[in-house]
Design a binder for this molecule. Structure first.
Ligand SMILES: [Ca+2]
Ligand SMILES: [Ca+2]
Length: 155
């Protein structure tokens, strides 16, 4: 009986872990922005990190995030811009970015903005116009405060 009960709880916790992996859904904070708005970069404070280990969620990348996106950006007027730059400009720890673009493609980055900050560039309106979900995660297991920057570029 004890074995049965233990197995039951293992199953429960496994399914809970799967359900809690990053989900494409409305973010904790949502913003509607235009390409023109972001030509002057917008910055957002966030707590980076969470208790979901990306390696347990099918990613071959290191990072800890929450299940719900930290942000959903509803973007319009992006066709005049060559790219949308999403980056962490300041953080109290080593951060990572996970992004689900407007056409539902996944992007991950660790240090492209210069260690320890991540940067992801999205190109083309299929990726940049619509809803973009952003997770600001951590490379290690501890959360920290961070600043996310969203900026459009002509090139
Ligand atoms: Ca990093
Ligand atoms: Ca920037």
């Amino acid at each position: 009986m004890r074995t049965l009960i233990a197995s039951f709880f293992v199953l429960l916790s496994l399914s809970a872990a799967a359900v809690a992996c990053p989900q494409i859904q409305q973010g904790r904070a949502s913003y509607s922005v235009t390409g023109q708005d972001l030509y002057t970069p917008n910055r957002y404070s966030v707590t980076a990190g969470g208790n979901q280990n990306l390696r347990n969620c099918g990613w071959n990348n290191t990072g800890y995030v929450i299940s719900q996106p930290d942000f959903s950006f509803y973007t319009s007027g992006m066709s005049g811009y060559g790219r949308l730059e999403i980056e962490v400009t300041q953080a109290a720890c080593d951060t990572i970015l996970l992004v689900n673009s407007a056409n539902a493609s996944w992007f991950y980055d660790d240090d492209s903005a210069g260690y320890p900050n991540p940067r992801i560039n999205l190109y083309g309106t299929a990726n940049t116009q619509g809803r973009i979900d952003v997770w600001v995660g951590t490379y290690g297991t501890s959360n920290c405060s961070a600043t996310l920057e969203m900026e459009t570029w002509y090139n």
